[in-house]
Ligand binder design. Structure first.
Ligand code: TGC
Ligand code: FAD
Length: 390
């Protein structure tokens, strides 16, 4: 063998990227190496989201980066994917923050909001001065949002909102929550502001996953919402589900970063660790396991790049996103678990990254549609039969 390949990029995906995409990847990569990785272990251990990073993330233009106008960067979808990949190489919690702000809050305001709503929220959110959350899931069954109980009734020019949402990223730090509720006019998106009377939030404090991210519940007790805070452009489940397609796309890239961090740690550790008179990396069994991680990462990279190019041409289908979300999350979680094992006892400590990524990925494979949900979406495409219901 003559050429030396990049262990994190065996198929030289980098050479498929445009110059501006490489610049985005490298600048976010430097930020993650310098500012994110050094503090994530402690943030995870302390169960704290490093909120002071929000300003720097905003300065880099990463919030709402693929939206046009309103102080957003207007980058293409591949660049957004690369940003997610680099951020999640640091920690899934920071990528989650950017996903929610960009794909689940700024995207619906941009796609379905009034001009006044866009002017009010998008520039402030791009600058990181306002934080958003997205309330779709309810405690009685997140996979089936059509069964939502949260509802709003008209009262003159206002709406009265009642119900609750569970497992909401950024719940207690958000200035505005995009809340999806049933109404006589269909499923509508409400911009619920943090100080509206009757609106309460509560953090979930005992997580063993995504500890460096804020997760919580939202409660609505007769919250009065003016008509001006209702997204006028959508009135069905298509609203929230279209946001999920944006966020799931980013996740397909993000988890590659987590997997790369684990593979990198497993390579380094197995080269240093001497057992039975030779480095672990010199054994056939370990090399096969490392090679298998690399195979899975390479397949995930190729899937996401193809998906991104389709998205940029306006040709990406939700089923294709489901296949990649399922494949890439499964690959990353399996890689993280295997890397943890290659590190032996050391692998259970936060001194090394695999266990943190492994625990985070248990959430990532669950949120934005569980693995089963995405398998059934693909199954429905193949058979034409909806196997979700009874
Ligand atoms: P269904 O009847 O199939 O569709 C209703 C309407 O929505 C349209 N649609 C989509 N549009 C865009 N993208 C998609 N992926 C879409 N899927 C469906 C559809 O065309 C239809 O439009 P219209 O015009 O006819 O009204 O709806 P269903 O309820 O039967 O859907 C089934 C299912 C299981 C696929 C869906 O309910 C589902 O995806 N469930 C999973 C729920 C989920 O993923 N929740 C995520 C919550 S948010 C979150 O986890 C954030 S974590 C963020 C972080 O921290 O990073
Ligand atoms: P359930 O829907 O109860 O699923 C339980 C099990 O049943 C799963 O294994 C599932 O795959 C399986 N299952 C479901 N349907 C079927 C079927 N038809 N056949 C066979 N098996 C099935 N939601 C938001 O709205 N906003 C957020 O910001 C947000 N952030 C989150 C952050 C974290 C850290 C977590 C963990 C979750 C977050 N969620 C958020 C919620 C997330 O989207 C849900 O957890 C997810 O959709 C699954 O819902 P559930 O937890 O109620 O599980």
């Amino acid at each position: 063998m003559t050429t030396k390949l990049d262990p994190m990029d065996l198929y030289d995906i980098r050479s498929e990227l445009a110059e501006d995409e490489v610049m985005v990847k490298d600048s976010v990569g430097r930020f993650v190496d310098d500012k994110v990785i050094p503090l994530m272990r402690e943030a995870f251990e302390r169960h704290e989201f490093p909120q002071h990073l929000v300003g720097e993330v905003a300065q880099l233009g990463l919030l709402g980066c693929s939206l046009e106008g309103y102080d957003c960067a207007g980058l293409n979808s591949v660049s957004y994917g690369l940003i997610c990949q680099e951020l999640e190489r640091g920690d899934s919690g920071l990528r989650s923050f950017v996903s929610v702000q960009s794909s689940l809050v700024m995207f619906p305001i941009h796609a379905y909001g009034s001009e006044e709503q866009k002017q009010r929220w998008l520039p402030a959110m791009a600058r990181g001065e306002a934080i958003g959350s997205f309330g779709l899931t309810e405690s009685h069954g997140g996979s089936d949002p059509s069964n939502m109980k949260t509802h709003a009734k008209r009262d003159g020019d206002d709406w009265i909102l009642n119900g609750s949402k569970m497992w909401i990223t950024n719940a207690t730090i958000a200035d505005v929550a995009v809340v999806w509720a049933k109404t006589d006019d269909g499923v509508l998106g409400f911009l619920v502001e943090k100080d509206m009377p009757g609106f309460e939030t509560q953090e979930i404090k005992n997580k063993f996953s995504l500890r460096a991210s804020v997760t919580g519940a939202l409660f609505f007790d007769n919250v009065r919402i003016p008509q001006a805070n209702v997204l006028p452009g959508v009135s069905s489940l298509k609203g929230p589900l279209s946001c999920l397609t944006q966020a799931r796309y980013g996740i397909t890239w993000g988890v590659i970063g987590a997997a790369q961090a684990c593979l990198n740690e497993a390579i380094n550790y197995s080269q240093d660790r001497v057992l039975f008179g030779r480095p672990l990396a010199n054994t056939q069994a370990i090399q096969i396991r490392l090679a298998d991680m690399s195979r899975r990462i390479t397949m995930a990279q190729l899937l996401s790049l193809r998906l991104g190019r389709l998205k940029d041409k306006g040709e990406m289908s939700p089923t294709q996103v489901s296949l990649a979300k399922w494949n890439n999350c499964r690959a990353a979680l399996d890689i993280a678990r295997d890397a943890r094992d290659i590190l032996g006892g050391a692998g259970i400590t936060a001194e090394y990254v695999p266990i943190r990524h492994m625990l985070n990925l248990e959430s990532v494979i669950t949120y934005e549609g569980t693995e089963t949900v995405h398998q059934l979406v693909v199954g429905m495409e193949l058979t034409g039969v909806n196997a979700f219901g009874s």
